[in-house]
Design a protein around this ligand. Structure first.
Ligand code: FES
Length: 153
């Protein structure tokens, strides 16, 4: 992911989310050619487009799930058979309720544990941000602690 050095000055309005001139290529194939997105408080953003138009790449870039600008890990890539310790802990602790947020939360938990193999509740709460509309927080915390133990071996 790169950014153009000749961008205009940032808009004086402060956004909750802002990405400017996001560019990403996979080898010689461009996936994003200067995408810009901003979301203000109270706004809802829908990113739509045909398959292959860069929607997932943009969201991954914004959520920093692109690793060193080269590799994207999605829920499908976490393990070939659902055997990643976070996935197993999610099932064991029956974390999902409605399922709305689960792919993102599992990926966030895996990213947290890749950085910190022994997070406390405060670190988990700080890292696991997002929209939980049905309140799976307690089970999610327990699952992350269980996955951390499993990753320690
Ligand atoms: S499982 Fe319902 S919002 Fe996450």
């Amino acid at each position: 992911m790169t950014s153009s050095p000749n961008l205009p000055a940032p808009h004086p309005h402060s956004f909750l989310i802002e990405a400017r001139d996001v560019r990403k290529s996979f080898g010689q194939t461009p996936a994003l050619r200067g995408a810009s997105v901003s979301v203000s408080d109270g706004e809802i953003l829908a990113i739509m487009g045909p398959s292959g138009s860069g929607k997932t790449t943009l969201l991954n870039a914004m959520s920093q799930m692109i690793d060193n600008g080269e590799r994207i890990v999605t829920i499908e890539g976490l393990s070939p058979d659902g055997s990643h310790p976070v996935q197993r802990a999610w099932v064991a602790h029956q974390v999902p309720q409605c399922g709305y947020c689960q792919s993102g939360q599992i990926m966030a938990a895996a990213a947290l544990l890749a950085k910190n193999r022994n997070p406390d509740d405060a670190q988990i709460d700080s890292y696991m941000t997002g929209i939980f509309r049905c309140g799976p927080d307690q089970r999610m915390r327990a699952a992350i602690h269980a996955a951390a133990q499993a990753l320690k071996g």
